[in-house]
Design a binder for this molecule. Sequence first.
Ligand SMILES: CC(=O)SCCNC(=O)CCNC(=O)[C@H](O)C(C)(C)COP(=O)(O)OP(=O)(O)OC[C@H]1O[C@@H](n2cnc3c(N)ncnc32)[C@H](O)[C@@H]1OP(=O)(O)O
Ligand SMILES: O=C([O-])CC(=O)C(=O)O
Length: 369
Amino acid sequence: MAEADIKKGLAGVVVDVTAISKVNPETNSLLYRGYPVQELAANCTFEEVAYLLWHGELPTPVQLEELQTFERAHRELSHVAKHAIDLLPLDAHPMDVVRTAVSAYGAADPSVADPSPEAQLDQAKRLWAQLPAIVAYTQRRLRDEELVEPRDDLGYSANFLHMTFGEVPDLVVVTAFDVSMILYAEHSFNASTFTARVVTSTLADLYSAVTAAIGALKGPLHGGANEAVMHMFDEIVFADRAEGWLDAALAEKRKIMGFGHRVYKNGDSRVPTMKASLDTLLVEYDRADLGELYTALEQAMDARKGIKPNLDYPSGPAYHLIGFDTELFTPLFVASRVTGWTAHIREQAAANALIRPLSEYVGPEERHL
Ligand SMILES: CC(=O)SCCNC(=O)CCNC(=O)[C@H](O)C(C)(C)COP(=O)(O)OP(=O)(O)OC[C@H]1O[C@@H](n2cnc3c(N)ncnc32)[C@H](O)[C@@H]1OP(=O)(O)O
Ligand SMILES: O=C([O-])CC(=O)C(=O)O
């Protein structure tokens, strides 16, 4: 096989069909089950979007109420997840903590081996409801703070923030957070979703697939970039240092975190919506300086390389302003993307084929001892 025929990184390779989302780089659009993500962010809650991803249609009021009741009934941190977290050292990375807690939660689920679509949907919904408790407890533990019990009079995002910070912030903050959850929820065959589908294709259970997907999301070329963006801002500090910092970083051949995308080459369709939410937070927290740094680096990157920001660029500083530690940013991505992952796991399971590509052997020719 000619080297040119090898699709390294599977770039440009279509490996299956999906009805869950459509990423269209030509029109710079992203559709969840046919709906533009910007419209969903402006008009729906994350709970409605989760329902849409799993079921293919937005919920009726009765269906939404059922989902909300279910989610509220499964919000409390499970004993097994708490024990698993408490066993880990305090300096473990929060992504490792969340990955371990999800794995432990799955191991203790008596329905884990039931591959029926109904059982998998139930598992997906429970895991989705558990993740805010897992992430919030992981954050609080790092600050030597006690677990906060959920409140069942609050929606998903308000309760998530209440469990993390012990209080519900202003509506503008809850709304910006909810928008981020909607935007992070789904993005076709990205690396972590593909990982989940590979694991599912072996007929392994949903928790194994999600645990593996969390591992794939951790890397800075994928979800880990939202943390890396904040570390970069911490290095640069002032807007007037952005150009010099960028020139030095590019000279060292560093990848600039939060910029570039495998599919979008002319800007990520989700960035304008997340940037608008970030702008509301910059006003709320009176941090015009951070907005200036954001813009200065974006403009410098455009001038030097013509490479545009991806979703991790505005969401990193947004999560920082809301009050999360930087290492918690990718776990927040997990809490959202679990909806997309589990929709894909169910889609893969419903029309399965073992995913097993070929490779071109370039080792030594046959030889003998
Ligand atoms: C929600 C998400 O997961 S979105 C992705 C988050 N990841 C990041 O922000 C990490 C930084 N970005 C990157 O590393 C890349 O843009 C990726 C991994 C996202 C996409 O990578 P690929 O599609 O493989 O593009 P590739 O790495 O081949 O880039 C093409 C060219 O643009 C350059 N380039 C792409 N992104 C960047 C970047 N962020 N900084 C500097 N140069 C870059 C590459 O060096 C390459 O240049 P070359 O042709 O001179 O070698
Ligand atoms: O699609 C990708 O490769 C990465 C991404 O933006 C996502 O998963 O949201």
